[in-house]
Write a protein that binds this ligand. Structure first.
Ligand code: FRU
Length: 493
């Protein structure tokens, strides 16, 4: 029965993708070097792993339409984190425990067997049930759901059915997982489980300790937790839903941030510092990390937000959403996560143009051949007496469109202004970036996105943008004084 269902659902998926192919391929907003769905809808990265040398990236996929419907797992592989090859759909929601979607999860290498764990989502007459399920693959392409599914049958007492997104890892011979949860009082939590064999799981407890370290009433649900060791510390990435905006903080519909501390694996008690947002842009959610075979902790995230489909112009052309570029994570001494684009991305670089020691004073300056819509740009500013300076990208010749990255030297704030970016949502996002002497802005511009790494990955802004194709100007500016562009380099990608 479930075999027939699977075939029917797979046929429908591939047929929907094929029907949209021309429209999708002719869309100017189709990105040139980011992971996207072949057609239809993409959300969370899932099962990110380097297995036998090959990077696998699965994702929440609704292939029928550019909207958040029944979720399958799509699948890409890559040798280098730059070029991605589309693989057959990995998971199809054909079993009784996943009738309303194969929800998010993770991948591990179980002694040479690529193994996935995910949440089976069921809604019977509107009543939700969540089942945690196991899948294995002999070849990395075809996946077999375990006969023993679900391996965790519903949530423990005291929690609601908002119980999903297992992230599994192994430590000292024991498997552990963290999972997003909600208490019956509707507060977000993360639970820690352990297992000897991935099949039988025991609850250890809540990861945030009994006093919650100040995080009680911090959102009604915590989605997609990811817990890993970095240096000497543990980092917990989590997505709280339901936080109120506070000045520059928490301005997106839901948040993606992290806590750094020490985890007690016996009790789940996690002694941690403050919650810090991972990204300051408009479009960033559901980050997932993996430890690759070079020992790097690499993070990739959904460059989009839930429940705001109308913001994303490509949905008119049969597809919606993309992933961020992969980033290497490092932990600074003060427990701040530093994010750097993976060095492999340098392989994309073509024609290079650079300028040195350009003074900019109370003006807007264009530099010959520094322009484009698919480019990487690195600009190092030496702060002098200008009160504000920065870069405008995707500028229209007549001034009608521009996306402004600005540093305010008095308040030490970096901002991204999308008010004249073209279609899509407008607004400004800001964050503190302390610096007295230098500001280095590293930009990745794609046809409908911008990722900005400031001061070697101390802060990152990720956003989708929808300017017209002709808007390819780049301008440098300074107000109320001078800055020196010590060096600016641009590559076409
Ligand atoms: C996060 C999320 C997860 C869930 C998945 C469903 O974006 O809501 O909690 O597993 O998306 O697509």
């Amino acid at each position: 029965m479930s075999q027939e269902k699977r075939k029917e659902l797979l046929d429908k998926a591939y047929q929907s993708i094929a029907e949209k192919k021309d429209k999708v391929e002719n869309d100017y907003y189709r990105l040139q070097y980011h992971v996207m769905p072949p057609a239809g809808w993409l959300n969370d990265p899932n099962g990110f792993i380097q297995f036998d040398g090959v990077y696998h990236l699965f994702y929440q996929f609704h292939p029928w339409a550019p909207e958040s419907g029944l979720k399958y797992w799509g699948h890409y592989t890559s040798q280098n984190l730059v070029n991605w090859e589309e693989q057959p759909i990995a998971l199809t929601p054909s079993k009784w425990y996943e009738t309303h979607g194969c929800y998010s999860g993770s991948a591990v290498d179980d002694d040479g067997v690529l193994t996935l764990m995910y949440t089976g989502n069921v809604k019977d007459d509107g009543v939700r049930s969540s089942y945690q399920c196991l899948v294995t693959s002999a070849d990395g392409i075809n996946f077999k759901k375990s006969e023993g599914n679900p391996v965790i049958d519903k949530q423990p007492e005291g929690y609601t059915a908002h119980f999903r997104d297992p992230k599994v890892w192994k430590k000292d011979g024991t498997w552990y997982l963290v999972i997003g949860a909600q208490t019956v009082a509707e507060e977000g939590r993360v639970l820690l489980y352990k297992s000897a064999n991935l099949k039988e799981w025991d609850l250890i407890g809540e990861v945030v300790g009994s006093n919650l370290n100040g995080l009680d009433n911090f959102g009604y649900m915590w989605e997609c937790p990811d817990l890993f060791t970095l240096g000497e510390k543990e980092v917990l990435i989590v997505l709280p839903q339901g936080l109120e905006a506070q000045g520059d903080l928490y301005n997106n519909i839901y948040q993606a941030g992290y806590l750094v501390g020490e985890l007690d694996y016996e009790t789940g008690e996690f002694n941690h510092g403050e919650f810090i947002e991972l990204d300051r842009g408009f479009d960033f959610y559901a980050a997932q990390t993996t430890l690759d075979q070079q020992g790097r902790r690499i993070m990739i995230a959904w460059m989009g937000m839930p429940e705001e489909d109308e913001k994303y112009a490509e949905r008119e052309n049969g597809w919606i959403h993309a992933m961020t570029l992969p980033r290497v994570l490092e932990l600074r001494e003060d427990n701040k996560l530093i994010q750097k684009p993976v060095p492999e991305l340098k392989q994309l670089r073509q024609e290079k143009i650079d300028y040195k020691k350009v003074k900019i004073k109370d003006e807007e300056l264009e530099l010959d051949q520094i322009c484009g819509d698919v480019v990487e740009l690195i600009a190092e500013f030496e702060i002098e007496d200008a009160s504000e300076f920065g870069i405008k990208v995707r500028c229209a010749q007549d001034g009608s469109e521009e996306t402004v990255i600005k540093y305010d030297t008095n308040n030490q704030k970096l901002s991204l202004n999308r008010n004249k970016s073209g279609r899509g949502e407008s607004g400004i996002r800001r964050c503190l970036l302390e610096s007295d002497s230098m500001v280095k802005l590293h930009l990745f511009i794609d046809t409908s996105s911008l990722e900005l790494f400031a001061n070697e990955g101390e802060e990152v802004f990720s956003s989708r943008l929808y300017p017209s194709k002709e808007s390819q100007g780049i301008k440098f500016f300074a107000q109320d004084g001078q800055v020196t562009l010590k060096k600016v380099t641009k590559w076409n990608l």
